[in-house]
Design a binder for this molecule. Structure first.
Ligand code: KIV
Length: 329
């Protein structure tokens, strides 16, 4: 099946056709392959990685180099979805030139196909300049996590009439400046609906009700990786925290009881070869210390003893066959 790459034009078409857009955060190539194969439209390399991957309390410590590293991995694992890279805190607030260079690095080194930045009208000029330089921009208004301290925490925004109007105005400014889409985070659904109806670019909601043109969730929240975190706007489609614990408990029990690895999960000498004596084993250990590969033919046989041994030691056959996307470094 031919996979059409999702572009800013695909997304605009989707809004016109009232075809809802799906976006998920993604931080590595393995997840990228899975989410891309599932048909998600946009993979956001979100700075939420500071919290779910790095274990910080906020997104503020994330650096541009870290974003580039993760974006590159996601780009490698993606064929169809649009890959969007978050501009981390203080890479675009201090000066337009810094911001241009930071966005350029996300695209050039990270393989991102668009960048996302938080904030409204105050970034209109930057959005205009980025778009003029050929870098598509996704806006992000409402609960903007990089303003955690200014907002006094992760709090719903736009609840009174003035604040709601400001969100509509911000959304309009970003659209006029050239943004191709807009994340609406943590705002009343009525405000999100208004913004969605006044804009011709798609809105993508998180904690913003069902009338947005699309939805986004942090993939770790959707999969239930953290059982202490269950805010109202998250729907858990899995309980991976529990499943991972169960799987690892079983692994520990199997190793401790000697049930892992089994005969089938082990390699054997060639039929005519004799088992090494203790003395020979010592010699072979010395050879290993001298740099011989434990998996070389001489040590472990031809590697063609059974069909299953043709499976690569690491990495899936699909991964090998695909050979990556050619994006990123
Ligand atoms: O960083 C992130 O993951 C985000 C989404 C929650 C929209 O900005």
């Amino acid at each position: 099946m031919k996979t059409e790459k999702v572009t800013i034009h695909t997304l605009r078409q989707k809004k016109k056709a009232s075809d809802r857009i799906t976006m998920l955060t993604c931080y590595d190539a393995s997840f990228a392959r899975l989410l891309d194969d599932a048909g998600v439209d946009i993979l956001l390399v979100g700075d939420s990685l500071g919290m779910v991957i790095q274990g910080h309390q906020t997104t503020l410590p994330v650096t541009l180099d870290e974003m580039i590293y993760h974006a590159r991995a996601v780009a490698r694992g993606t064929t169809r979805a649009q890959v969007v890279g978050d501009m981390p805190f203080m890479t675009y607030q201090a000066s337009l030139d810094d911001a241009m260079r930071a966005a350029g690095r996300l695209v050039k080194e990270g393989g991102a196909e668009a960048v996302k930045l938080e904030g409204g009208a105050q970034h209109a000029e930057l959005v205009y300049r980025l778009v003029s330089a050929g870098i598509p921009v996704m806006g992000h208004i409402g609960l903007t996590p990089q303003s955690f301290h200014q907002l006094g925490g992760f709090k719903i925004q736009g609840r009174d009439a003035t604040a709601a109007q400001r969100l509509v105005d911000d959304a309009r400014s970003l659209e006029q400046a050239g943004a191709y889409s807009l994340v609406l985070e943590g705002i009343p659904r009525e405000v999100a609906a208004d913004v969605t109806h006044v804009l011709s670019i798609p809105t993508i909601g998180i904690g913003a009700g069902s009338e947005c043109d699309g939805q986004v969730l942090v993939i770790y929240d959707l999969l239930g990786m953290n059982d202490e975190f269950k805010p109202r706007f998250v729907r858990r489609y899995e309980n991976l925290a529990m499943r991972i614990r169960t799987a690892v408990d079983e692994y520990i029990a199997d190793v401790r009881s000697g049930q892992f690895p089994s005969e089938d999960e082990s390699f054997s000498l060639q039929p005519q070869a004799k088992a090494p004596s203790r003395k020979a084993a010592t010699v072979s250990a010395i050879a290993l210390a001298g740099g011989c590969s434990p998996f070389s033919e001489g040590e472990m046989g031809s590697g063609k003893e059974s069909a299953s041994e043709e499976t690569p030691f690491y990495g899936s056959p699909t991964q090998a066959a695909r050979g990556g996307t050619g994006q990123g470094a």
